[in-house]
Write a protein of this length. Structure first.
Length: 413
């Protein structure tokens, strides 16, 4: 019972609760607030027992605090204090815990695995609940999602769920007794992802997996070398062709096919490339007029000709540079740089880069990162900050392997 009430599980539920909480209308309280409080209490308990902060946490937390300071400074020059205040409150209540909590909660392999498996479980449950909606819609055009049709939320959850179910679940010998369960979950989640009607999460999954393939395959002395688990992936793809072909024949993928056909249409509805590029150019124009510190946090919607108050450029970096200027962009790049440097240092170690947990974290991060470049604002992409924290924590999580490799190197010298 204790395993069902842990901070890792509460934290995963907090991160994804926004995707389904409105569908549970009978509860007299906000699910996100409940899971936030439960996660915080779990962290307080753990911190009381072990109050030490590891040195790997210091630099990312300092950079994030600097970014937060810039947000509050923008109150002094923002043209619309109400928008800035609204976005800042969401940043403090949603994005800040998403970034900070992992440094106190996910410091071991066991904690990280429990967190990731919970994300995959939530993704699977959401996919299973979406299947009746997909079957009811049939071949007609339309989106499928929760919270009044939040198809993007469903697709994003499905995207990160696939990587976890595959690399941490199906291809992991530790969970080989559950492989049939993982396989069935992947089928449900993949159908849900494609049938939801969301393009970018699907594209993000495809690009992330393509990057993995390109980076893993090596040609040496005329021979192609690739990881052994690729054989299992090829077998999985062949198996998946059966349910996917069935779903295609039923017309369940008609919406996503239509969405890709409209990608290059010229309109400003948000469904085409031209709509996104229009926002990109507007963000750049705003930045040019407010070069150093931007126009103010949450100000894009005030400057952009939009009926949506809290509109955004649909690109994380353009959002930051337009609202917090060059200074804000440099700070956020510094955060990504710290995470990338730590990933790169570990990726050089064969004993770590081949581990299922390491691969799962990196692929899931790539899927979330690619999606954040074209969809959602900084608060809507808060789980991206969670995975930045996780990557920054990888030297601590894999400290045992790092120490073993160092000892082995010392003995060989």
């Amino acid at each position: 019972m204790k395993r069902l009430f842990s901070g890792e599980i509460f934290f995963a539920l907090f991160l994804l609760s926004g995707l389904f909480k409105k569908s549970i209308e009978f509860l007299p309280f906000d699910l996100a607030a409940l899971f936030l409080i439960l996660t915080f209490l779990s962290i307080v308990k753990r911190t009381y027992k072990n109050p030490a902060i590891h040195k790997v946490s210091v630099m990312p937390l300092v950079i994030f605090m600097s970014f937060t300071a810039l947000i509050f400074i923008s109150f002094f020059y923002s043209p619309n204090i109400e928008l800035t205040q609204d976005k800042t409150i969401k940043f403090i209540l949603l994005t800040t815990p998403a970034f900070v909590f992992p440094f106190f909660l996910l410091r071991t392999k066991e904690s990280l695995i429990k967190f990731l498996i919970t994300l995959a479980f939530i993704s699977t449950v959401m996919a299973l609940f979406s299947l009746p909606m997909i079957f009811e819609r049939g071949g007609s055009l339309g989106f499928v999602g929760f919270n009044d049709g939040n198809y993007l939320g469903l697709a994003r959850a499905s995207g990160l769920g696939i990587s976890i179910l595959l690399f941490l679940g199906l291809l992991n010998d530790r969970f080989k007794r559950y492989r049939i369960l993982f396989l069935l979950s992947i089928v449900a989640v993949l159908i849900s992802l494609i049938a939801s009607g969301a393009r970018m999460p699907l594209i993000a999954v495809a690009i992330a997996f393509l990057m993995l393939i390109v980076s893993s395959i090596k040609i040496k002395n005329g021979f192609i070398k690739y990881p052994k688990y690729y054989n299992k992936i090829v077998g999985l793809v062949i198996l998946l062709l059966i349910p996917l072909f069935w779903a295609y024949n039923q017309g369940y993928f008609n919406s996503i096919i239509f969405r890709f056909e409209t990608l290059l249409q010229t309109n400003n509805s948000g469904a085409s490339v031209s709509a996104r590029t229009d926002r990109y150019m507007s963000a750049i124009d705003i930045w040019k007029e407010n070069f150093l510190f931007g126009a103010g946090f949450g100000s894009f919607g005030d400057f952009y000709n939009s009926d949506v108050a809290l509109d955004y450029p649909h690109n994380l970096f353009l959002e930051v540079i337009s609202e917090l200027g060059l200074v804000g962009l440099l700070v956020i790049i510094a955060l990504f740089f710290v995470a990338f440097t730590r990933f790169l240092n570990l990726a050089k170690l064969k004993g770590i880069r081949s581990q299922n947990l390491f691969i799962t974290v990196i692929i899931t991060f790539l899927i979330i990162f690619i999606n954040a470049m074209v969809s959602g604002d900084i608060n809507g992409n808060r789980i991206l900050f969670t995975f930045i924290s996780i990557i920054c924590l990888l030297p601590l999580i894999f400290r045992k392997e790092i120490n073993e490799i160092k000892l082995e190197q010392d003995h060989t010298q």
